[in-house]
Write a protein that binds this ligand. Sequence first.
Ligand SMILES: Nc1nc2c(ncn2[C@@H]2O[C@H](COP(=O)(O)OP(=O)(O)OP(=O)(O)O)[C@@H](O)[C@H]2O)c(=O)[nH]1
Ligand SMILES: [Mg+2]
Length: 391
Amino acid sequence: MKLVVIGFGQCGGRVADEFARLNKRARGLRGLDIITGAYAVNTDIADLSGLVTIKSNFDHRILIGNKKTQGHGVGKINELGAEIARDDADKVIETIKNTEQFAETDAFLLIASAGGGTGSGAIAVMTQQLKERYVDKPVYNLIVLPFEHEVATEDRTVYNVATCLKSAYLVADAIFLVDNQRFVMKDASLIRNLARINMLIAQPFFNLLCAGEEKKTQHIGAKILDAGDIIQTLVGWTTVGYGQANTGAFKKMFQSSHNFRNKAKETQKGIQALDAAVSGLSIKCNPLDSKRALYLVSAPANEINVDLVKELGTYIKNMAPEAVIRSGDYPLEKGTMDVTIILSEMTDVEKVNFYFARTISLIADLKKRQEGMVNIQRGIDISIKDIPSLL
Ligand SMILES: Nc1nc2c(ncn2[C@@H]2O[C@H](COP(=O)(O)OP(=O)(O)OP(=O)(O)O)[C@@H](O)[C@H]2O)c(=O)[nH]1
Ligand SMILES: [Mg+2]
């Protein structure tokens, strides 16, 4: 599957930069293209300059709203981010249309944080515009939710998240939710945390996107997972996870891969990788609630056997009994056994419900406070009404 990836704001731009790196890796390791174009769109010129892999020109690092922000961002006012995106949507879309392999693109992936201003405001507006112009290509969102400390201290963050999520839900074909807090390393600096999180966000997409693009016979699975399977799986709130099991240790213990004990061990490894993928899901969710699921197992060809695929299927069926499950295998020459999993069409995501409920009560509080302010203002007006004004 091939994506055009567009990151909005600081977080979106950096994560899109990771996707650009993923494509470099796909080219280097497998001779494949999985990203047809990677772009960063921002109101902040400094953020655009800090990127590494996205091509360093105005056609790939796109500055918007320069007249309104003078290149300094929107300072968390996501309404302004949305307004600027509306004004400059044509400029962005015209630029992206010139993507060299645009015709080969299967879908768009738009990325932003929900808690900031530019990305939070722009992502749904741009999704809507793209959907209107490209009816045949799905438009997916990947939305990053803030750390707990941001939620605890800044009401504006909570408000931004809720408005961003609601708007995205109304227009995007599916929304990958990523909770920064799930990936936090307590003892590391914030910058190291962000760099690692961004890498972890992009990682699950590597095999997922490569599997259906393979042309070499030895890498074509018994059950190929292609763009059609992925598109059919992605609807509404979505989470993604990736897990690995090291096959090296296993190889030392068993010489031949054809005996019974070996097969049992391979299945165990697969379950171990799947366990890791489930515990690393990008947001806390209740799998029972998902209506669609997908898994992909990637491993050296001789380690993918019928039992393994069957066991993984049973595991996921038990975990998400309501879900339509799609799956695939991706034989590789060497390396670890790993599993990528997607749960989609979820209706009851705790974090999403939390942001909506908190924002509804924030708006009610704000109304009350505004009424109080009006009363105070009225009191001041009355008390000074007899003093002449010089204006
Ligand atoms: N995972 C991840 N989160 C980030 C990164 N940078 C910022 N964030 C999170 O994103 C939120 C802040 O949004 P930004 O993306 O910085 O905001 P913006 O879209 O640039 O908007 P303005 O700066 O307000 O114009 C916070 O919740 C941060 O924790 C990043 O590189 N990776
Ligand atoms: Mg910014």
